[in-house]
Design a protein around this ligand. Structure first.
Ligand code: FMN
Length: 167
């Protein structure tokens, strides 16, 4: 085996699951942030975790409202991963800029883009400093899936985006 950097490691775990973390802005609109660093954390009760860089506006929004929808986007939303991962909701209306159709999510005012394979409504129960990121541990409030949607994955790390299998 050869020694590599941690930044190069995701190329060895591809295809990598991709998410859009949906949060509520002060004006009630939804902000979307592309997040690859996420995992299931517990099943009974349900918990998920994800890691947010310290410059992310989503970090501020979650410190305030502690509620989110973790969305696993369909392959049609490949461009959205770039669009929502390369600018900040602090000074951009990403939904308008990317041109997204949004759907209601049961039990919350936060909306999610269309189409998605999986939506997880959750609230932040704990955070942990992780140097350049902050790990968020969240209680799952509701889970919604659509078997007909193909999820988009990161390939070669996050250099390319595509479905995980050909049909
Ligand atoms: C492919 C890809 C994966 C990303 N994964 C993460 C991640 O896991 N955690 C993170 O904090 N930011 C990640 N980002 C960067 C955020 O999406 C970016 O900082 C974004 O501007 C945050 O939006 P916000 O400021 O509206 O919260 C990723 C970006 C891309 C393009």
């Amino acid at each position: 085996m050869k020694q590599i950097t941690i930044a190069g490691a995701p190329a060895f775990t591809s295809p990598n699951s991709m998410t859009l973390i949906c949060t509520e802005k002060p004006d009630g609109s939804t902000n979307l942030a592309t997040v690859a660093f996420w995992a299931f954390a517990s099943t009974d009760p349900g918990k998920i975790m994800f890691s947010l860089n310290k410059g992310a506006y989503s970090l501020e929004l979650l410190a305030e409202k502690k509620e989110l929808v973790l969305a696993i986007p369909g392959v049609e939303l490949t461009g959205t991963l770039i669009g929502c991962g390369t600018c900040s909701g602090r000074d951009t209306d990403k939904i308008a800029q990317v041109g997204l159709d949004m759907q209601d999510v049961e039990g919350t005012a936060i909306k999610a883009p269309v189409p998605c394979k999986l939506l997880i409504h959750a609230t932040v129960c704990d955070t942990m400093d992780a140097d350049d990121h902050v790990v968020h541990l969240c209680d799952v409030k509701g889970v919604y899936g659509d078997e007909d949607v193909d999820a988009v994955f990161g390939w070669n790390g996050y250099a390319e985006f595509a479905a995980a299998q050909q049909k």
